[in-house]
Write a protein that binds this ligand. Sequence first.
Ligand SMILES: CC(C)(COP(=O)(O)OP(=O)(O)OC[C@H]1O[C@@H](n2cnc3c(N)ncnc32)[C@H](O)[C@@H]1OP(=O)(O)O)[C@@H](O)C(=O)NCCC(=O)NCCS
Length: 173
Amino acid sequence: MIITEKYSQLAPEVKSILSRLVEEEFGHVAFVQERVWAQPDWVLIQYDNEEIATFCHIVVREVSMDGTTYTVAGLNNVITPKTHRGKGYASEVVREAGKFALQELKCSYGLLLCADALLPFYNRLGWYSVEGGELYYSQPSGEQRYDSNSMLLPLTGQPNFHPIHINLNGLPW
Ligand SMILES: CC(C)(COP(=O)(O)OP(=O)(O)OC[C@H]1O[C@@H](n2cnc3c(N)ncnc32)[C@H](O)[C@@H]1OP(=O)(O)O)[C@@H](O)C(=O)NCCC(=O)NCCS
């Protein structure tokens, strides 16, 4: 069962479990620790026998791509605790996040930033890598350029759109 909830309305005990899982996965990653990240707006949680089997966060943002502003669902912290991996849960949650982003959030695209290893995983779920573009995001010190992969999921927007210039217009996710 997947539940979708506003992050701000999550029960404190659930929020603290999610924060602990994020810390376990990314707490040691320098790139993550050295930056300020956006607060999620939404969270999708897959339960298995009342245990959190997978979750992901969504940040809703007006993102500029080649001079046009699009409502985008920014996906991050897709995490399956180790005991639940390899059962298709993350795939289900990412698919569901796409449906929710289209139907409820009225987003044109999903957008995520991702390491090389996970490109095939997201590719299989309909996401594609933006080729040849540059992506910028805000930090307290000013604007920064992201130099790894950005991926888009076309929801209502053009499917083969490879913007040259993306600005997240805020903190990254
Ligand atoms: C990536 C992750 C969410 C997948 O969760 P899952 O519920 O096991 O995913 P699914 O069962 O739907 O799909 C599993 C597939 O994901 C792919 N995959 C998972 N981790 C991977 C990795 N580190 N590198 C490459 N591919 C990976 C594999 O293709 C795998 O298929 P396999 O089980 O046949 O090997 C989980 O491994 C995880 O939490 N990893 C740590 C956090 C992370 O990196 N999150 C993604 C970035 S935000």
